[in-house]
Write a protein that binds this ligand. Sequence first.
Ligand code: 5AD
Length: 426
Amino acid sequence: MCLTIPAQIVSVDGNTATISKNGDYNKIDTTLIQDPKPGDWILYISDFAINKISEEDAKEIIDLLQDYGNINTETLSGKFLEVIKSSQTSLLAKEDIIYLLNTEGVEKEALLAEGNIIRKTFLKDFYCIHGIIEFSNYCTNDCLYCGLRKENKNLQRYRMSPDEIVNIAVNAVQEKGYKLLVLQSGEDFYYSDETLVNIIKQIKQRCRVFIFISIGERGHNTYKKLKEAGASGVLFRFETANPVLFKKLHPNGKNFEDRFNHLNIFKELGYFIATGSLIGLPDQTLEDIANDILVTKKYANMVSTGPFIPSTDTPLADYKPPSVDLVLKVIAITRLVMRNARIPVTTALETLDPVNGRMLGLKCGANSLMFNLTPPHYRQLYKLYDNKFYQDESTWEKYGLFKLDSSYKMLEEKMLNVLEDKEYEE
Ligand code: 5AD
C-alpha cells in the first residue's frame, strides 16, 4: 500500500537497527527481515523494517521521490511570500489561488516546492498505491470530452463478467498486496444493483480490501445498498463547478444539480469521497479552476483532479490539453488547502508527460498513485482519452505493497482519521 523513501542501516544491535534517512537517525525493529547488516538498504513503516532492497532500486526510488533544493526566498516577491504565509494559517481565498495559478519562473518553482514541504510535514514520506479495475466501457452519457461517450460508435465496447471482476480483484489483493481497489465503469445500467452488491460481497468475503466504486450517477438507493454490501468509498468527479461550463460539456442529459446531489448522498451515507475536476477544459478560466479547488476541498476526503486530454472521436478532439505546469500548480495549491488529503498523480498527468509526470506530481504535493489492473485486452478499450498512460508496475508493486495486516490497519486508521478530520467539514 505504501511506498516510503528507503533508508540505509548504520548499525545493528540485536533486533534493533539505527537507520539514516536524509541525515536523520532513527531506531527501528528488524525482526521482520533477515540478517540486517550495516550498509543494507531497507524500506520500513511505523518503526518496522519491512523489506531489504538493493542499492540500485533504493536509488531509483530516491530519485523518483526527490525534493526541490532550497529556494532562495530573496528572489520572491513580498506578495508571493504573504500569500504562502497566509496559507499556513488559513484557507486561501479564491483571489489568492488565482494569483498562485498565475505564478511563473522562480515563484512557480517555490509554489511547487511549498506543496512538497506541506506534504512532507503533514504526511511524511508515505506514498500510497491503489489499483483500478475498469470493468465496462459502456456508457449512457455523452460528455463532450470523454472517449467512452455513447455517441462514439468507433469504440469497441466490452463488459467483464462478475466472476472476472471478482477474480481480478482477489488476485490483486492476494498475489500483489493491494489494499484499496477502485472498480470503475462508464455509466452502465447493465449491472443491476443486485449484481454490483454480489460483486462487492464476494470480493469482501474472499479478501481484506477497501473497495471504492466509480460507476456514475445511480441514486441514493443503489449507493445505500453498495455501502451495506461493503463498499467504503466512491470516486466521482464533479468535473467542473461552473454550471454554465458544465451545461456546455453535457448538452444532453447530465445535470449539474444531480452531480452535486450525488456528492451529498455520498456524504450522508458515510462514503469516503474521492472527487475533483478536470483542468484545462475548453473555455475554462483560472477563476473556474480556483473555484474547483475550493469545491474539491469542500467535498473530498481524497482528491481526484486531473488534466483534460483530447480524445479522438469526440467533439473536443481538436482542443489542446493544459500545460504540465498548470496541472502541477493545481496539485501544489490543492496540497496547500488540503494538507492531510490523499492527492494522486493522475494517469492523465502521466499521459501528458509519460517520462517525468509521476516524479513531477509527487514532487509538488501528490502522495499517491493509482495503478491500472485492467487486463491488457480490455485496457486499450477503456479509452477515456488518447494514448492513456500505462506501464508495467512490477517494480513499484514489489516495493510499495506490503502484504501485512499492519499495512491494512494503517490504511484503515488513516481513512478514519480523514473522515473524522474537522478540516473537511463544512
Ligand atoms: N481527459 C481527461 N479525463 C477524462 N475523463 C473523461 N474524459 C476525459 C478526458 N478527455 C475523466 C472524467 C471522468 C473520469 C472517469 O474520466 O473526469 O470523471
